[in-house]
Structure formats: C-alpha cells, structure tokens
Design a protein around this ligand. Structure first.
Ligand SMILES: Cc1ncc(COP(=O)(O)O)c(C=O)c1O
Length: 395
C-alpha cells in the first residue's frame, strides 16, 4: 500500500529528532553521560508523590480520573497567577492555561501562529523541540546568532528588514532567555528590554520559553521579558518539569486572553484536557510546599555538578577550546578548535565510555560543527570530573 498520497504536508515537514537517533549510542550501560538534557531522577520526590497520588485516587478518584477543563486545574492556575507575580509578571486567571508539558504549549502556539510562508526567528543554537514544533506547522526557521549576553539584536533587525524586503512575513521570535537549552546562556536585563522594544518597533511577537529560570545557582536571572510587556507582545511558557518532575507533564502558558482562548480551542481538538491526575498531583505538591520548599536544595544540587564540570574543563580542556559558564540550568556549551567535527568524535567518545550531544542539530542554519552540548544534570560530581578528563583527551 502506498501511503504517501494520503499524507498532508506535515509528513514532509516533520523530521526525526537527530538526538533521538543517537539514543542507542549514548545510553549504553555504564557510560558517563553528558547527553540527556533531563533533570536528575535523584531530585524527584518519590515517596511524597506515591503518597499523594494514591490518596488522590482513593479520596478524589471521581474527579481526578475524569475529564476536566481544557484550560486546566483552576487551583493550579490561581497558584500560577501568584507565582508569575513573584517573577514580576502581573497576570490574571484568564491569561493562563495549563498544557501537557511546555512541549505541547510550543506545538499549540506554533499551530496558532506559524503557517507556511511565515518566518520565525530562533537563537543559534536553540532547543530542538521548540524549533521542530515551529517547523512542523510550516514556519521557516531562521537563526540569529548569540553572544555571552544573549541574542544579537542588530542581527534581528537586519534579518527582519531583509526578509520583509523579500516579501516574507516575519511574525515571531522564539527565545529561551534563562540558562538556555542548549547553550546555558542568559539574556541580560538590558537586552530583555531592548528585545521587547525591538519587537514592538518591528511588530513581532516574542515566544519566551522559560523552563529553567528557577534553577539559578546564586542570584536569580533578570525578570522575564514578559514582566516588561505592556502591549501583550510576549507569550510566556513555564513548566514544572525541571523543578518537580517531567513525568507529570504539567506546564503553563501566559498570554493575552485572546490568544489563550484560541489556544484552548486548538488544545480541545488535541487532547480535550491534560491529565487531571497529573495536575491534581502537582497542585497537591504545591500545597505541601514540595516545589518552593525544595528549590534551594535543587539549585545547590545542580550548582555542585556545574562547578565540577567547569573545574574539570578548566583543568583538562585543550588550548583553543571555549565554553560557557552558566549561572543556572543544566547545560554547558563547548566549542572546540574550528576544524574539529564533534559528530565524528562521538563514537570514539562512546568507546571510551563518555557521551555528549554534538552541537550541529541545535542550529536551524549555519551549524557550528565544532560545538557540543554537555548536560551536567545526570552524573555525580566525581563521575563528571572523570568524564571530562576522558573527553578532553579525545578532543
Ligand atoms: C527550552 C525547553 N523548552 C521546553 C521543554 C519541554 O519541557 P516540558 O514539555 O517537559 O515542559 C524543554 C525540555 O527539555 C526545554 O529544554
């Protein structure tokens, strides 16, 4: 049977995630892995979640095992209004909706905002899940370079002017301002304000994806871009994945109510609602202070691992290597001498018992093949030091 004739354009646009293709290689037993960009399972509150979930099913089963509101658990939404206020964002319940992870939020927003012919600007490098979602809705991703303090604003201006001169519709900037995945870079305060002013001048929306902002080490990152937004130009995405557990698939979007209402319609046709049980567990975790009450431990946990990786790089990295020095999050970005292709190094690294993710797949264009992403979340500080020494020998 020939299926292609039945497929829509999406079948063409959707490409396999190159990181997933590496999974078998980088997940070999015993390997020291800097590959997986996931929170450490050591940080999950297993016992508390076991107790909460069994109690919820026994005592509130009729509610939590049922369908629910597409917008999500109202108690959790109320908590998020407060939470956003603490981050400097004044919002109200009708401007928030819950999604099954930020990944679903990105997909729903991509479907709402990007269609074939639309140009979407993304950082170089950027989060693959985000750029793939935007690509799958038909958007054309165009990369904007970054420096130590985030996305290059002059490059945005010249790119937008150039694309518009060519007759392209440029609508959207996708940015991860805090401890970016994959680079670890944080957008400076000045640039946040300037980016918003530029978006206003060029009439663009900003998609602000912020799953890592709470995972700072010593000082909080600058307030969200959304906190300076007086025009309703910024759509903010937050997530419980990195501060609680990604298995509960609970995240949120903050946007003007007109946008939220449209996203709600798209979500309704997608899954009717996110898991009521997951949301109820998260709401109960919030009530028991399992997020804010544990967050300083979590920050310390990742800071120690990051520090171990930075010290080992300092000690062992060959001359000509550069790397970012994140102040939060889960990732360090490394660039080797320009002639080295990190994709070609991966199999030797795995043979030596260390895994990383080559940098090229994170670029929507102009890939730097000498780059790589190191996640410091999974391994102990001791194994990080051993792994980096081994890796640097291969470099
Ligand atoms: C930048 C970024 N955005 C969104 C996500 C998706 O997170 P979730 O769907 O678990 O909320 C991730 C996951 O790693 C991420 O790194």
């Amino acid at each position: 049977m020939e299926y292609v004739k039945f497929f829509s354009n999406v079948a063409d646009w959707a490409k396999p995630n190159p990181i997933r293709r590496l999974t078998a290689l980088i997940n070999r037993p015993g390997i020291i892995s800097f590959a997986g960009g996931v929170p450490s399972p050591e940080t999950f509150p297993y016992e508390q979640i076991a107790e909460i979930s069994s109690r919820l099913v026994r005592e509130k089963g009729a509610e939590v095992l049922q369908y629910g509101l597409t917008r999500g658990n109202p108690k959790l939404i109320e908590y998020l209004v407060n939470q956003m206020q603490k981050r400097g964002v004044q919002t109200k319940t009708e401007e928030i909706m819950l999604t099954s992870g930020s990944q679903q939020g990105l997909d729903l927003l991509a479907r709402l905002l990007a269609e074939p012919g639309d140009v979407v600007l993304a950082e170089l490098p950027s989060y693959i899940g985000g750029t793939f979602a935007l690509n799958n809705s038909g958007g054309t991703l165009t990369g904007i370079s970054m420096s130590e303090d985030g996305i290059d604003l002059d490059a945005i201006r010249s790119k937008v002017i150039k694309m518009r001169d060519l007759g392209c519709q440029v609508k959207l900037i996708y940015t991860i301002p805090n401890f970016q995945n994959p680079s670890g870079i944080t957008l400076s305060l000045e640039k946040r304000k300037a980016l918003l002013a530029l978006a206003s001048e060029l009439d663009l929306l900003i998609l602000e994806d912020d799953p890592y902002g709470e995972l700072y080490f010593n000082t909080p990152p600058p307030p969200p871009i959304k906190s300076f937004d007086t025009e309703g130009r910024v759509i903010y995405l937050g997530s419980f994945s990195k501060v609680l557990t990604p298995g509960l698939r609970t995240a949120w979007i903050v946007a003007p109510s007109e946008i939220i209402s449209k996203v709600e319609l798209i979500k309704e046709a997608t899954d009717l609602c996110s898991s009521m049980l997951d949301q109820a567990i998260v709401a109960e975790c919030v009530r028991q202070d399992l997020i804010e009450g544990r967050i300083s431990k979590l920050r310390e946990f990742y800071q120690i691992r990051c520090q171990s990786m930075l010290s080992a790089l300092e000690k062992f990295a060959p001359k000509g290597t550069s790397w970012t020095r994140p102040t939060g999050g889960l990732f360090i970005w490394v660039e080797l001498a320009s002639q080295i292709d990190t994709t070609e190094l991966l199999s030797s690294a795995v043979e030596q018992g260390v895994a990383f993710i080559p940098g090229a797949p994170f670029y929507v264009n102009d890939a730097k093949t000498n780059s790589l992403r190191l996640a410091f979340s999974k391994e102990t500080p001791e194994r990080i030091a051993i792994g980096i020494e081994k890796l640097c020998k291969i470099f």
